[in-house]
Design a protein around this ligand. Sequence first.
Ligand code: 5AD
Ligand code: SF4
Length: 478
Amino acid sequence: MDRQTIRIAPEDIARQGEFCEKIHERLASLPAQPLAFVDTYGCQQNEADSERIRGYLGSMGYGFTDSEEDADVIVINTCAIREHAEDRVLGNVGALVHAKRRHPGQIICLCGCMAQEPQVAEKIRQSYRHVDLLFGPHALWKFPELLYRVLTRRGRVFENTDEPGSIAEGIPVVRQNGVKAWVSIMYGCNNFCSYCIVPYVRGRERSRKPEDVLAEVEELARAGYRDITLLGQNVNSYGKDLGLDMDFADLLEAVNAIPGDFLIRFMTSHPKDASQKLFETMARCEKVAPVFHLPFQAGSDRVLKAMNRVYDRAGYLDKVRRLREQVPDVVITSDVIVGFPGETTEEFEETLSLIEEVRFDALFTFIYSPRAGTPAAGMDDPMPAAEKHANFDRLVAAQNAISAEKHAAYVGKTLRCLVDAAGDDPRYPLAARTPGNRLVRLADGAADLVGTYQNVEITGANTWSLFGKLAPAGTRGK
Ligand code: 5AD
Ligand code: SF4
């Protein structure tokens, strides 16, 4: 049952390849290789989309830079989830007018979730006239054609028509990192949580075919990637639109069967669809990392109902209990919103008591931000901002204490960790991840260890990270 999903035909993707070729030919006459800067805001889905945009730009012949000044093409991939994120993007896009003045012929593109919002597109059209190309997530697959139009017509191009959403296979990818990779397994969301803009800008849920997902993971495993994250707004409803006899747990099992020494993670899970079958599958699959991101959003049943989350507090706690029963050492992280319209201080206290009860390893905390067009934006919101901020600060302090305690319990243990990056501080030359994805800052080790698993002795901890050193050879990690 393919409902409204549009599957972009391979011929159409091949045509985009032809546009890449045409651009390549135009650029070949330039004295130096032109450069592109892709700036990404927001979630991992956007990171994954940016890797495709880089893939296209690479096939057009662009090199890459992180400098706005040097770039011939700037692509800003935006996030619409909160107003603050949007304001930051608009501020940065506004400032690009100076870069463009110093670099005539520079092309500025704005894409991602903000570009899909009609009022943002209008604002860009009217007030940000230095933006040459705007396209929403639905149009990403035809970026080469759109850029070609800008290059050849010298007019502005806006492409953000509303549609249920499409799936395009075969777009080239330039990955940012040789150790960790994102694999989108589905796009869009059907849940319409009352505060959330995502279903409006990313369309309805649609799953990639299992064979396409598996082929991509096989290729990544062959290329030596060590940490593969399956991505979707709600991965637990994977496959429901395909009409196949395969759900997310089955897909996870199939990915686990792919040969190679890699870890599998996934996000995000909606509690309503996190099934006992999934927990059991996780427990059985040795490559699936013992980590689960399970947003709860609020601790009060009344607020959960107003959010349209379709589970209650007891139901959420029951899922956590069953998950821990199956995967005892699982690291659980979550998202929570403070200050949803009409949330009282008593209701907020229920959020506090929920985090004390669950004791998450880490929590992503957000203050409610009204999003135009969502039901919550029209709800009464009497609590003053200062009170919301005070509640927010209490929540963060409570979680920080829990995170610090949880991290302290690692000290003295030796764990098999994936060294995944160089450190950002000379005292800690390497960064590694525990199986549950906690950050370990390593006090020793050379850069050639990046991409390897090492036994690491945890020597210290704070709220945000663990500290460790390489364990002597022969030490066994857990
Ligand atoms: N205001 C604040 N936080 C939000 N989130 C989603 N929409 C909003 C909003 N309007 C949070 C949710 C979600 C996370 C990605 O962002 O907690 O899980
Ligand atoms: Fe937004 Fe809810 Fe969908 Fe998550 S599940 S993307 S919060 S609507």
